[in-house]
Ligand binder design. Structure first.
Ligand code: SF4
Ligand code: SF4
Length: 422
């Protein structure tokens, strides 16, 4: 079915442009009213969520004419989901689904981006979305962690490609493991046997590769026998929890992000952040933990004939409101001396870090422009540090801070928790 199944949604777009902004009822001011990085940077309607739907509708009607400009529009989108959330504040229609299907169609038709092709070639060869340096499980050296593929454990800690291989980000895996150890969680890792979740491949448009990775990863999880997976990467969390459910592969597996698991461990008395960190922070909601991380909704039914969209049974739209928003804030508030101030765009209206949808590789300048916008917004709160819960956000923000000479520090939430429980 692909893109065709969303013809009605795309035809329904009334070009109101709400998808470019935080909804009028929610916006806190003119300065941070924009919600879509793509239209904000390129300032031409086709780069917005609505513009992409208009293009899709036109292509279905008139045929697919892949010009250089069209592909520039396709690959200059972080697939961050903000347009869908703003549109769905008032409208009942699919926005991200047709945008995703359009990208999948481009890939199927061979209209790919060379930088993304290279990453997928690496995935097919090395089972990793990032360059392979050493062995996947090297980060765990000296931590004495259980190998979940050999020993029975209650929880599998899924580390992800970036955190496993990136030398600057391996600290996040080590912090996560130390937190779980301190809390006495019976957990293990898959180490060198861990497979890429494939979530990023899906957003780049490589649907079959994502499905292949989902099958491999679920087979590995099943082999370990665990009922719960904890991920520290927002993209991987979203892939295993939401995408695998969409693929009907997840079953009853419980999938938690570490920022969601920590407050549970604190509540159970297994962790106690005691150390005073004396730090003014602001929190960046990663797209994949927030709006894109809300549970998948399976819907089966039929369209009732008529001039508007009526479905039997009524369709439930994912509006981004059921993402993980409160738990990371609860964690930060539980750390002595941490003062949290919100950015104007937060929760489901958070501005993307810039790296999503493969943009960090296909259009790195656009990714950095987007990150710089967020850094300035974070600075406007007076915070000393920008805290997030995703290695890709940390990597993108760190590069933008260095390039722009910002005074902000960047932390993943696990780094602060590890310091506070020491
Ligand atoms: S996608 Fe939604 S919000 Fe955007 S122009 Fe179309 S109807 Fe309006
Ligand atoms: S997914 Fe994000 S970058 Fe792409 S059109 Fe929507 S809001 Fe803009």
């Amino acid at each position: 079915m692909g893109l065709e199944q969303y013809k009605g949604d795309m035809d329904m777009c009334c070009r109101c442009s709400t998808c470019k902004f935080v909804p009028m009822q929610q916006v806190s001011g003119f300065q941070y009213a924009n919600v879509c990085p793509s239209i904000s940077k390129y300032d031409f309607h086709s780069y917005s969520g609505g513009g992409r739907l208009n293009i899709g509708a036109s292509m279905l009607k008139n045929g697919f004419n892949y010009t250089h400009k069209l592909l520039d529009i396709v690959y200059n989108c972080q697939m961050c989901g903000a347009c869908g959330v703003s549109c769905n504040y008032a409208m009942d229609m699919e926005v991200m689904a047709p945008i995703t299907e359009f990208r999948i169609k481009c890939v199927k038709d061979g209209k790919t981006h060379p930088a993304l092709d290279k990453i997928i070639a690496g995935l097919r060869k090395n089972d990793s979305m990032v360059p392979v340096t050493g062995k996947r499980g090297d980060w765990a050296a000296g931590l004495n962690l259980k190998d979940a593929t050999k020993e029975k454990v209650d929880v599998l800690y899924y580390v992800g490609c970036l955190t496993s291989y990136d030398k600057k980000l391996q600290k996040l895996a080590r912090s996560t493991a130390k937190i779980l150890q301190k809390a006495g969680v019976d957990f293990g890792i898959a180490g060198d046997a861990e497979t890429s979740s494939g979530g990023a491949a899906y957003e780049m448009g490589y649907e079959q590769d994502a499905l292949d990775q989902a099958k491999k990863t679920m087979a590995l999880i099943k082999q370990t026998g665990v009922k719960t997976v904890v991920a520290s990467g927002a993209e991987d969390y979203q892939a295993i929890k939401v995408l695998y459910d969409k693929f009907k592969l997840k079953g009853d597996l419980k999938v938690l992000h570490i920022a969601q698991y920590i407050p549970q461990l604190i509540k159970e008395g297994k962790l106690e952040p005691k150390k005073n960190l004396e730090l003014a922070v602001t929190y960046h909601d990663p797209c994949h933990l927030g709006r894109l991380g809300e549970p998948w909704v399976h819907w089966e039914g039929k369209k009732v004939p008529g001039d508007r969209f009526v479905f039997d049974p009524p369709k439930v739209y994912r509006r981004g409101t059921h993402g993980i928003y409160q738990q990371p804030r609860d964690v930060l508030k539980s750390i002595p001396g941490v003062k949290l101030t919100e950015m104007p765009r937060n929760k489901e209206y958070a501005w993307c870090c810039g790296a999503g949808g493969g943009v960090c590789d296909s259009n790195p300048e656009f990714a950095q422009w987007t990150a710089k916008e967020r850094i300035e917004e974070a600075e406007s709160t007076g915070a000393e540090a920008l805290v997030t819960a995703c290695p890709k956000c940390e990597k993108t923000f760190s590069a933008a801070i260095e390039a722009n000479g910002s005074r902000l520090k960047v932390y993943d939430i696990v780094e602060l928790v590890e310091q506070a429980i020491e």
